[in-house]
Design a protein. Structure first.
Lengths: 145, 145
DNA sequence: AGTGAAAGATCCTTCTT
DNA sequence: AAGAAGGATCTTTCACT
């Protein structure tokens, strides 16, 4: 279980994953070797899954996003799931309770792009689409208390 | 606009943001200083928004996730949006077209945690909740073609 | 579990071409 | 954009708390 210092390290790294050890150590009041040890441990136990970059999809041409709820037709659950995994424009998908079996986020170049993708699953699942107008909360950490 | 080499750099960094310049340079067939210049440019123009870590929420005690659709009661749109921004368990929220004005992702410790949060907005908005059972597509990059 | 220091390797940036 | 050099940073180790 992460202690208070681990949590502060995670907060700092979430904001800037390239902070040097010396800087991290100063912020949490430990020495560089200690911080180095803690980071290694956090990575090994999988609490830190990966070091990544956050990309602005609009600057890659994906100026439109949609949230699509997907209800596979009877007997098509597994087929639809495989399909979802293979559509690269789906950058996130959750399998959930309730009628809407899947909830997916799509990155799109324009509306016709959306139309094309929805058409390709129309014979295997029903879909409900919501176009993203704004993002009041961009991906952030839950409370670490 | 990013060229082919920029796109390869983005792909490499998305998988591992700590790859050294030398390694990145070798992969794309350039020298370290060139790659350094490109990364600086990508960061300055905001295509790379940030260097971060990906955290496993379960290991922070958030063993439950929910996707909640939120329909503010008449006249409560702005109030509800402020509320959403202030609930730290909401780690993602999109404002979308359609009846469901907001779609939010909640990180939760258990079911009673969900109950508490939904209760706190029950008098300002209607909600529909879907519990996440699996994540067939974890956050990934859209195609860079 | 952590500190402080020090050595050796690696990495980044600057300068020149 | 490449190559070489200088300076910073990371990691590891060790004796000690």
């Amino acid at each position: 279980m992460p202690d208070d210092i681990d949590r502060r390290l995670l907060t700092l790294l979430t904001a800037n994953a390239r902070l040097p050890l010396k800087e991290l150590a100063a912020q949490v009041g430990l020495s560089s070797p200690s911080v180095s040890d803690r980071l290694r441990r956090l990575e090994e136990q999988g609490l830190i899954r990966a070091f990544t970059v956050e990309i602005d999809p609009a600057q890659l041409g994906y100026t439109l996003q949609a949230i699509v709820r997907i209800r596979p037709l009877p007997g098509r659950l597994h087929l639809v799931q495989r399909l979802i995994e293979e559509i690269p424009e789906i950058t996130e998908c959750d399998k959930v309770t309730g009628d809407d079996c899947f909830i997916a986020r799509l990155m799109l170049r324009d509306i016709s792009h959306l139309d094309r993708i929805l058409d390709s699953i129309a014979d295997k699942a029903e879909t409900s689409t919501a176009i993203v107008k704004a993002q009041p909360v961009l991906r952030r950490l839950p409370p670490l208390a």
